[in-house]
Design a protein around this ligand. Structure first.
Ligand SMILES: [Zn+2]
Length: 63
């Protein structure tokens, strides 16, 4: 059992095929943070925004 988060689920307009998979929420968030910064040029400030964090939680799926 792990967690999965598709980049597309965070931004429906994005055509990004990236899917983060991890055993724990902490690792998943670390993976996504790295991806968002390197690929989508997000800043720490944007990623720490409460609205963004809520959107991330809502988009996470268990598998
Ligand atoms: Zn992406």
């Amino acid at each position: 059992m792990g967690f999965k988060l598709a980049c597309r689920d965070l931004d429906a307009k994005s055509a990004c095929p990236y899917v983060a998979r991890s055993e724990t929420m902490e690792e998943l968030q670390a993976e996504l943070t790295k991806h968002a910064k390197t690929v989508h040029s997000y800043t720490d400030e944007q990623l720490k925004d409460p609205k963004m964090m809520e959107a991330v939680k809502a988009a996470v799926k268990q598998e």
